[in-house]
Design a protein around this ligand. Structure first.
Ligand SMILES: *Cc1c(COP(=O)(O)O)cnc(C)c1O
Length: 249
């Protein structure tokens, strides 16, 4: 199989997925982690439903979408399938929360206390507990949403007051670095934050999950504790047009 280090591939979606899953397994074993503790989320923005079908046949069970409209179209095409779940990995607009809450197994990018409160309110009306992650803007980049590490630490008690949220952990999108090794300190910082929070006892906060790592740095993210990696390009090839990962959905 021909998957090059830079994410360029000369093989089918099926082969790329097999390669990545095997790679995830090998990295896990090398560092003494249980491979099943790392879940592959296929990042599918701009990718056509037919390609998602191939990914599903190759064993992918979690699709992460960034845009609501696009996601709804694809979900209709794919329909309900055994084991298939949908995550939302993009930024969430307030007026779209009513379409997101209850329709996604996990919302990866809660970016503020106010947004958590709004999601809690919508979930409350539905009588559900919505699983979510807190997005941490670890590089404190103006272009990205999310809490700073300090905001999460200072605000966690307030975030633990929402009975209709299950805060399962943290998601991060670190600054883009040419050399993925340079991203490692950001992953480490986020893992330590998660570990500190996990030591305390909370009512609704869980802090077991770490959603971090993309096509070019997922191996390092796994070494640093990722429980979910969000991979697009290495599965589906380059996207039709440049879309910022933080595109508002
Ligand atoms: C697109 C996207 C990814 C995947 O990025 P690739 O570099 O294509 O693997 C991961 N996370 C988020 C939030 C994204 O929007």
């Amino acid at each position: 199989m021909l998957l090059l280090k830079d994410g360029h591939v000369s093989d089918s979606i099926t082969h790329r997925i097999q390669f990545i899953q095997e790679n995830i397994r090998q990295v896990a074993i090398r560092i003494g982690r249980e491979p099943s503790g790392i879940r592959l989320v296929a990042a599918t923005k701009t990718i056509a439903a037919v390609n998602l079908e191939e990914a599903y046949r190759a064993g992918v069970r979690i699709f992460g979408e960034n845009r609501l409209q696009e996601a709804q179209e694809k979900r209709q095409v794919l329909g309900a399938r055994d084991g298939l779940v949908w995550h939302f990995i993009g930024r969430m607009q307030r007026r779209k929360l009513k379409d997101l809450v209850g329709n996604y197994s996990l919302l990866h990018s809660v970016e503020s206390l106010e947004q958590a409160e709004s999601i809690n309110a919508v979930a409350g009306k539905l009588g559900i507990q919505q699983p979510v992650l807190l997005e941490v803007n670890v590089g404190e980049e103006a272009s990205k949403g999310g809490f700073t590490s300090q905001e999460v630490e200072a605000g966690i008690e307030d975030l633990d007051r929402f009975p209709h949220l299950e805060i399962q952990g943290i998601m991060t999108l670190p600054p883009w670095m040419e050399n993925p090794e340079d991203v490692r300190p950001y992953f480490t910082q986020v893992r330590r934050l998660r570990d500190r929070l996990a030591q305390q006892t909370w009512r609704y906060v869980r802090m077991t999950e770490l959603s971090m790592g993309m096509s070019h740095d997922y191996e390092i993210a796994i070494e640093e504790g990722a429980t979910m990696v969000r991979i697009g390009t290495a599965i589906f090839g380059s996207r039709r047009k440049a879309v910022s990962p933080d595109t508002v959905g």
